[in-house]
Design a protein around this ligand. Structure first.
Ligand code: GLV
Ligand code: MN
Ligand code: MN
Length: 412
């Protein structure tokens, strides 16, 4: 029996339903942000399933969670798969968790079929991929890959001022797991399954996206500081209105990012006004910028002008721009892209090659070892939305491709 033939669609779907209860929202999505009580519950559930199958569970100093099925050669570098269990505040039931559960299904399928592999296989739930609570996305995989220093990551704060270090200590106390001696590899190869989060596979009636790479991305935090004043008495000329300045800055940045080819992705997703009182002129505004493009030269040219454009529209306020992340475009290893394509074709599934617009943990792990990704269709391309949806059959199809790819890699 092959690994893919042992994948059980109903079990994979049932596990999604069980995970979707943790942080379930009224509109059918999930709110399971990194290192929250809901994340703790998800960690406990995954660990309980792993222990029931005799798989080893461990964590590292940044809170990545590993489930390991031993290989015949115990000390060989493992083949890894996985994704993330944290979600957006109004997230869907598949973004991230699919990659973890598909990986876990592969481990169970191999176990059921009695298939041994030469190398160990590990499923990883990477910590804080979304970056919605702690504003550095793909944090756990970046630390694992040595692209982000551990102490820098631990010092990042959520909007309430809680550090990653404090939230991680609470999480580890609530869901204790054996701690690994060190962070990072070696890793023999990495393959991540994910829903597409865009409309192309559904529109083209393809079941599998063979992912060739990921566009580059940068995040910035912008702080505009003016002066609080009485809304009824302060003349316009005497105001340092941080909101007026921030609105002008955002408008100027929209102009900087104009692109007739519609390839640039520019988003201001968090915008906070202080003190937030109707009759006080705002003294401070905080907002975030998410900027993406497949071409490093464009990221550098336009990203490099953000601070100057912001300063030029400050309207008497001060503007400080800090860059939080800088991830160059990723090109996946041809050996993994070809393997994913071959496994897909071998199963007779319709597929297309495609780049990823969204960021994924694979972009960091690709700096450690040959890496690639498998996409499955996402209903109407809707993601980062509680309405996100996928079919049990498509999820199982992606899992079967993953099963054959991982088994091949684990026997190399
Ligand atoms: C991940 O969710 C991203 O922001 O691309
Ligand atoms: Mn994701
Ligand atoms: Mn996401």
């Amino acid at each position: 029996m092959t690994a893919s033939a042992a994948v059980r669609e109903a079990r994979l779907w049932q596990r999604h339903a069980e995970m979707a209860r943790l942080g379930a929202t009224a509109k059918g999505g999930v709110n399971r942000q990194a290192l929250s009580a809901e994340d703790v519950a998800a960690r406990k559930l995954l660990a309980s399933w792993a222990q029931a199958r005799g798989f080893a569970v461990s964590t590292d100093a940044i809170g990545n969670l590993f489930v390991r099925r031993a290989g015949e050669q115990h000390d060989a570098a493992p083949v890894m798969t996985g994704s993330h269990m944290d979600s957006q505040p109004t997230g869907g039931r598949f973004d991230g968790i699919y990659g973890v559960l598909a990986g876990f299904e592969v481990l169970e399928a191999l176990e059921d079929a009695g298939i041994r592999t030469r190398r160990p296989l590990e499923v990883v739930a990477w910590m804080n991929e979304e970056g919605s609570r702690f504003p550095v996305g793909a944090m756990g995989s970046a630390v694992f890959a040595g692209r982000l220093a551990l102490d820098k990551a631990l010092a990042v704060r959520d909007p309430k001022g809680t550090t990653v270090a404090a939230a991680l200590a609470e999480t580890m106390a609530a869901a204790p797991v054996a701690r690994r001696a060190r962070i990072g590899g070696p890793v023999a190869a990495y393959v991540e399954a994910h829903i597409e989060q865009g409309p192309r596979l559904e529109a083209d009636c393809r079941t599998i996206g063979v992912v060739t790479g990921i566009q580059g991305s940068r995040r910035y935090a912008v702080e505009v500081t003016g002066e609080e004043a009485h809304a009824g008495t302060t003349p316009r000329a005497a105001r340092k209105d941080a909101l007026s300045a921030a609105v002008a800055v955002v408008a100027a940045l929209e102009t900087l990012m104009e692109d007739p080819t519609d390839t640039v992705r520019f988003t201001v997703g968090r915008f906070e006004v202080f003190p937030g009182s109707p009759n006080t002129v705002p003294g401070r505004v905080y907002f975030t910028i998410d900027f993406r493009h497949p071409d490093q030269a464009v990221l550098e040219a336009r990203g490099g002008r953000i601070a100057a454009v912001a300063a030029a529209h400050a309207r008497g306020c001060t503007v400080s721009v800090s860059q939080l992340t800088d991830v160059p475009p990723t090109v996946f290893a041809p050996s993994i892209v070809d393997l994913v394509r071959d496994c897909t074709a071998g199963l007779g599934l319709p597929y297309m090659d495609m780049p990823s617009g969204a960021g994924h943990d694979a972009m960091h792990i690709a700096t450690l070892c040959p890496a690639g990704m498998i996409f499955v269709p996402c209903e109407r391309g809707i993601s980062h939305n509680e309405a996100e949806n996928a079919t049990p059959a498509d999820l199982a199809a992606g899992c079967r491709v993953l099963a054959d790819a991982l088994t091949t890699l684990a026997n190399r």
